[in-house]
Design a protein around this ligand. Structure first.
Ligand SMILES: [Zn+2]
Ligand SMILES: [Zn+2]
Length: 373
């Protein structure tokens, strides 16, 4: 019970405070996505920067369980909930609500003595058939991420994007070359699988991606058939028409070299920034993110009706300033999120350094499409 900074007007004590171990709920005596080992952890989703080892008790959405157990140990003490199912933790009513980020991702709603707080974890508003869509939750205080909290980030319509991606793949297949797409293994890869046209050719997945595909299928998410490169039945002619989905770490690996001459691309929100594709050394960059873009952050925040917003990671200062300019009480929590997230591919720093517009500035619409090569 360290920090009881009162909200504006000196009403009720804060339901969540920042501590060196993580975001802490004093009345409930538990943490949300803590980065140091704690007794009780509520986990928003199974990305490594939010779900860490060493907690005595975990609480998460049921759909996150297989990935959590695979990553943190089959024997973790894990209690699961469905979306909207309330549970009392130390007298605080806790429930989980879809965040639209990855399979099993949740916003955490806390209700205590008339106050309602929501911690978003990571989220997106764009359609994604592989997880439950983001659900706005009314609250007094909203704790939000800001991974892409700069005005330059505006995602293309995903139907348009997948149409272009399919054409890129089909052109490579017709030229007899595999198309290699680098995408984070958990979340992004499955969203790509669900969005592409499997009639173009076989979908070949790196082992790291295939393991996550299995977790998705086990939770009832429909994905098209996928192959391992070593599968019997995948012949040389098939390989030349393949879309190969691999984590960014597979670039330049012996595993990748077996595909020979190929075209390649990278799928990430960072691809919106000029120069990002070139730095990755790939032929194409697809602007595809599992986080909210700038308008999405604003829409999500407005939909909560919150009068106070606390920003955890990403472009924190820009979003805090924007919120204050728009009449909201806004603060920041310093956290250790963002270290191993789906869109944290090492380009975050470069993107910031490379982005010429200062906070509040904007780029013309042309910036939202892939620069001509
Ligand atoms: Zn994150
Ligand atoms: Zn995440």
């Amino acid at each position: 019970m360290t920090n009881h900074a009162a909200t504006a007007g000196g009403s009720s004590p804060d339901l969540v405070v920042a501590t060196p171990r993580g975001l802490y709920c004093p009345p409930g005596d538990f943490y949300i996505d803590p980065w140091r080992p704690v007794e009780r952890a509520v986990i928003t989703h199974a990305h490594a920067d939010h779900a860490r080892r060493g907690h005595a008790h975990y609480l998460a959405h049921a759909d996150a369980a297989p990935v959590l157990r695979a990553r943190l140990g089959a024997d973790i003490a894990l209690q699961t909930l469905g979306y909207g199912e309330p549970v009392s933790v130390g007298g605080v009513q806790v429930s989980l609500h879809p965040a639209g980020h990855v399979l099993g991702s949740a916003q955490v709603r806390l209700a205590h003595r008339g106050a309602v707080w929501v911690a978003s974890g990571d989220y997106k508003l764009d359609p994604d058939p592989t997880c439950a869509p983001f659900e706005p939750v009314r609250c007094n205080v909203f704790i939000t991420e800001s991974t892409f909290g700069l005005p330059i980030y505006r995602w293309p319509d995903s139907a348009t994007l997948f149409g272009e991606l399919n054409r890129w793949w089909a052109a490579a297949a017709d030229a007899g070359r595999p198309a290699v797409l680098y995408a984070y293994a958990f979340g992004k890869a499955q969203r790509v699988l669900a969005g592409v046209d499997p009639s173009i050719g076989p979908l070949v997945c790196h082992g790291a991606v295939q393991a996550l595909n299995a977790a998705y299928r086990a939770q009832g998410v429909a994905l098209p058939p996928t192959w391992r490169v070593t599968d019997a039945g995948l012949d040389a002619a098939g390989l030349r028409r393949a879309l190969v989905i691999a984590p960014p770490s597979a670039a330049g690996s012996p595993w990748l070299r077996r595909f020979g001459a190929h075209t390649d691309a990278f799928a990430s929100g960072w691809m919106q920034v000029r120069g990002a594709r070139r730095r990755r050394g790939v032929d194409r960059g697809w602007v595809l993110s599992d986080h909210a873009d700038w308008p999405g952050l604003q829409r999500a925040i407005a939909a909560t009706g919150a009068s106070r917003v606390i920003v955890t990671h990403g472009s924190v200062d820009t979003l805090v300033r924007w919120l204050r300019e728009h009449g909201l009480q806004a603060d920041r929590f310093s956290t250790e999120y963002g270290g191993d997230d789906d869109d944290d591919d090492g380009l975050a720093g470069a993107a910031t350094a490379d982005a010429p517009p200062g906070p509040g500035a904007d780029l013309p619409d042309a910036a939202s499409s892939e620069p001509a090569r």
